[in-house]
Each structure stands twice: as C-alpha cells, then as structure tokens.
Design a protein around this ligand. Structure first.
Ligand code: FPP
Length: 224
C-alpha cells in the first residue's frame, strides 16, 4: 500500500493524513474481492524497516491500526471476511496485539475473503523466525535435520495456513519487492502501478487482476 506519504505531501498535509486516506481505501479493495474471484488478500501495512520513520509517524500508524480494528471489526465480520495478521508481534504494543488476536478469533468462522494484514512484517525476518522455531524442534529431538525440505520450513512461516500469492501488486510506481512475502512469492506474478495507494480504486484493482488473468503461468515447466 505504497504512496500514502507522497499523496499527503502533494496536498501539503502531514504524512499521517495520507495513511488515514489509505486506510479508507482498504475497505473498497476488500469488498471488491468476491466479484473478482479473490479469496485471499494480503496487505502490507507496516514493515520491520518502518520503525526507522519518525516517532510521530510510527505512533500515528499504530493508533491508526487500533482505530481500524475498532471501526471495521463489525463490518468485516458481517461481510464474511476472515482476518489474520502476519509479522512479529513481540515488538508491538500489547493492547494492539490483544485487539489483533480478538479480531482473528471473532472472524475465524468466515471464509468468503481471507484478509491477511502484515504488521511488523519482513520476509527475511519471517524466514529467520521460522528457522529459529525449526531449530528448536531439531534441538528437542522432534525433527530430524535429514527430513528438512522446503515444505518443512514453510510449515514454520507466519503464512503456514495460507496459499502462496498468485499476484503481487505494488502501488506508487516503485518497482521493488521491499521484503514482502519473499519465500511465498517464488512463482508470483508482479504488477507495478503508478497509482498512489490512496487513489487506488476497485476499478484499478479489477484492471490489474484482468491483466493477470490473461498471463500464462508455467511454474518453470514448458507448456504446450
Ligand atoms: C507506505 O506508504 C504505507 C505505509 C507504511 C502504511 C500503510 C498503512 C495504511 C494504509 C493504514 C491502513 C492499515 C490497515 C491495517 C488497514 P509510504 O508512507 O511509504 O508512502 P511514500 O512512499 O509516498 O512516502
């Protein structure tokens, strides 16, 4: 969800104004999923690198996450959305972590759209945390190192219950992955759009998904 800061700056407003506008966009994009045939949507809300931003911006984003959960919980529940969070919760405020957990619990019976929100998430950090958990199993004698393969490691990732992404969309004209779902995106298609996230509508989303549907995916094989 890139481009919130620039969107605000273009309007002479503080960066948080852009994040607030960005948060309002999320609802429209989530609601567009069923018609587009999308059952899994993952949004990148805060990276492990975002702590380097000013204290005002970080605190503002954390407040925005709490408000978002408070404000949207009922609508998400009613619309059939199951919410999950990925990322390292250890560095997050316990109150926010409690709210994240509660939202996961109350929406756990839903299955129309599976919305995953990445907060304090980094692909490398996720693989490192998964490796630590895997190493503990080996040290405890519950896992034989000879049995470790890609599937074993994937089992320890935050995303262990989610399918790999088919399509990764980055807004705002940047053409970088920025540590997002590194392991899981091995065969994902990428789409980069110049549109800033607060301007990204359901129509933009539908157009990109349409382009994706026209692509042929080979997964390393040769198709006739
Ligand atoms: C990146 O844009 C955006 C973020 C770091 C924050 C994204 C968070 C939201 C949209 C809030 C919504 C959250 C939820 C949980 C629904 P940027 O600040 O890097 O923009 P810039 O590249 O223009 O500076």
């Amino acid at each position: 969800m890139d481009g919130n800061g620039r969107w605000a700056q273009m309007r002479g407003r503080p960066r948080l104004f852009g994040h607030q506008a960005g948060a309002r966009r999320v609802r429209e994009i989530v609601e567009a999923c069923p018609d587009l045939g999308i059952r899994y949507l993952t949004i990148f809300a805060f990276s492990t690198e975002n702590w380097r931003r000013t204290q005002v911006e970080v605190a503002g984003l954390m407040t925005l996450f709490r408000r978002y959960i408070q404000k949207e919980a009922t609508a998400l529940l009613d619309k059939g959305v199951r919410v999950r969070f990925i990322g390292d919760r250890d560095r997050l405020d316990p109150k926010l972590v409690g709210m994240m957990h509660a939202l996961e619990e109350i929406t756990s019976g839903n299955d129309l759209v599976n919305l995953t929100v990445a907060i304090n998430y980094g692909g490398r950090d996720e693989v490192a945390r998964a490796t630590k958990r895997l190493a503990r199993e080996v040290a405890a004698g519950r896992l034989d190192p000879e049995d470790v393969d890609a599937e074993t490691l994937a089992h320890f990732l935050d995303t262990c219950l989610l399918p790999d992404p088919d399509l990764v969309i980055r807004t705002s004209g940047e053409a970088r992955i920025s540590n997002f779902l590194l392991w899981q995106s091995a065969y994902a298609e990428y789409e980069f759009t110049p549109v800033l996230w607060p301007d990204f509508t359901a129509a933009h989303f539908a157009e990109i998904v349409g382009n994706y549907s026209a692509r042929e995916r080979r997964y390393g094989a040769v198709l006739s």
